[in-house]
Design a protein around this ligand. Sequence first.
Ligand SMILES: [Fe+2]
Length: 283
Amino acid sequence: MARITAGIACSHVPAIGVAMDTGITGQPYWRPVFEGFEFSRKWARENRPDVIFLVYNDHCTAFDASCIPTFALGCAAAFAPADEGWGPRPVPVVQGHQKLASHIAQSVILDEFDLTIMNEMEVDHGLTVPLSVMFGEIPAGGAWPAPVIPLAVNVVQYPAPTANRCYDLGRAIRRAIDSYPEELNVHIYGTGGMSHQLQAERAGLINADWDKAFMDKLVNDPAAAKAISHLEFLRETGSEGIEMVMWLVMRGALDEHVTEVHRHYHVPASNTAVGHLILENHA
Ligand SMILES: [Fe+2]
């Protein structure tokens, strides 16, 4: 039987990918950001998954205003890195896991979550940056260490799904993976965040107190985390802080009680904070 053994929360700040791709991670500005991932890379080597289920949002690369799926499941054999305006990141093509993705699509849709099925999709920094920080630079011609099933969540165009809906979808994904007959060790990633606003009067907003309290709630009191309203996300975390609902999908797929094995929080990274958690299931 497939099992979800761990959940990873991780910001997907595009500048982190640029810092890696241009070899400047040792500079004073970036060093503390990447030092917080040193444990994570060691943990990732020692706890290698068979499959990664990665919840992220597309940033007008695979989708634009002509098509806005709320939840889009990547069922393709492979997902090419997208051209985000400066060319695609120099990272490997992401290999999918079509058998498990198809099983999840069937299970979750029959569980009354109406997913969009993507048999072709490019993936942007929202998906590749968390992989890069966890697995480091992949040498030319190399491959990511595991296949990835992407789930793209609309958090760009309101209305985004609620935190509660995202948590419940995580529960359904857990049921789907638990019912897959093959022995697979699955890690689930929730990406995006933390507090940030990119435009208008509050551009540059970072609310570290709220971010840290959110991380506490997510780990130890998920019922409180999933009850956070859109209005609170907007007021406390700026217009782009709504990305944190994607962490709720990850949390919903884990046990009620989890072990926090690592936490990293650092301000600033580009115009946001970096937040990162590694949570393990007990069973
Ligand atoms: Fe994002």
